[in-house]
Design a binder for this molecule. Sequence first.
Ligand SMILES: [Zn+2]
Length: 119
Amino acid sequence: MTAPGPRCPVCLARFRATEHCSRCGADLAPLMRLSFQSYRLRQESKQAVAEGDFQKARDLARAAQEFAFTEAGGRLDTLTCWLTSVFPSGDAPAVYERSQDTRRSLAVTVRGVLRKFGL
Ligand SMILES: [Zn+2]
């Protein structure tokens, strides 16, 4: 099964990375900008996860979904929600700083979780 991906809001044709819909000619540039902004925020959120700043990651994941709702964004939102519940506000960076071994093993765990979530 393939991810549905973005579609033209007028005729529901798939995006073809052009500013106008290949089927109906609708101007897709505004949607492409929202989609890019959402992608950029998801990347920043994943970086914040890797750095142990889970609240920032959660805020960025939520913002990304507001720009453009995606399946991957939903998974990232779920993951960051879970991380902030496990490490209440402000705790995660302290855990990361506890020791280099802890930081290293947490980073490995977080990378594994990101992979598990398909992110
Ligand atoms: Zn169209």
